[in-house]
Design a binder for this molecule. Structure first.
Ligand code: ADP
Ligand code: MG
Length: 236
């Protein structure tokens, strides 16, 4: 019990720090990008122009890390809406499919159009993107990812399953810990953010995994009754 309290305090501190770092760092990145662009345009040497292009790409990468991982302060009540799971997943599919195709990964998605839950659209999409990116990164040859969702006993249950490398018990235990990564270029922030968003949405996330076999993430959210109206919804 103690351990759990300590962990959530740690996450609270990190998320406050992250939000302010994200804010402070975005501006200088933007300014540097602008000057690099000007510099690149003024260069006649194409090799030198190539260098500025690489530098700009890297700045964009830093900016996207900030957007995807560091800005996860508690969503405002106004930004919480009734979300249709299937249509939110359309956007996720648009982002993930090109990556999956490139890797030759087979993707199966089965989400009934009747499922709704309460949340913020960007955050909800971010959860799925973080989880599916991890699946993609764990896959070898003949990889597949299956996503399906059901409504059961007042809950929306969403499964994301892969046949990737899987995890040993001691890794499974540490998922969601800030900066915990086993990847050369990992940030170890993806699952921390994911757990955090799900917690704010009053949901739960559990992992089942077996080394050499694959991993399944199971999310549970309170289902939203057809009639309920949320603060962020525009009145009819
Ligand atoms: P990162 O992806 O930057 O390493 P994450 O928080 O997203 O950070 O994930 C933490 C670690 O959890 C990963 O480095 C990996 O070891 C493990 N992991 C997460 N999802 C999976 C998965 N689907 N299959 C295998 N390992 C996973
Ligand atoms: Mg990740």
């Amino acid at each position: 019990y103690n351990l759990k309290i300590q962990r959530s305090e740690k996450i609270e501190v990190i998320s406050q720090l992250a939000a302010s770092v994200a804010h402070e760092v975005r501006n200088p990145l933007q300014v540097s990008r602008g000057f690099l662009q000007l510099l690149g345009d003024s260069l006649s040497d194409s090799k030198a122009r190539g260098f500025t292009e690489v530098a700009i790409e890297e700045l964009d990468r830093a900016a996207s890390i900030i957007t995807n991982y560091l800005s996860f302060a508690k969503p405002e009540l106004e930004s919480i809406h009734r979300l249709n799971l299937a249509s939110e997943f359309e956007h996720v599919r648009d982002i993930i499919m090109p990556l999956a195709d490139m890797q030759g990964v087979q993707m199966e998605i089965d989400i009934p159009s009747s499922l709704s839950l309460a949340g913020n659209d960007t955050k909800l999409q971010q959860i799925f993107i973080n989880l599916m990116k991890n699946s993609l990164e764990a896959l070898g040859d003949n990889g597949w990812i299956r996503v399906w969702a059901v409504e059961q006993d007042g809950e929306i249950i969403i499964h994301i399953q892969d046949n990737g490398e899987g995890m040993e018990e001691h890794i499974l235990q540490r998922l969601g810990e800030p900066y915990f990564t086993n990847k050369v270029n990992g940030t170890g922030l993806g699952l921390m953010v994911t757990f955090r968003i799900i917690e704010v949405m009053q949901g739960k996330l559990e992992f089942k995994s077996k080394k050499g076999v694959g991993t399944e993430a199971v999310m549970r959210f309170p289902a939203l009754p057809q009639t309920s109206v949320l603060a962020g919804d525009t009145p009819a």
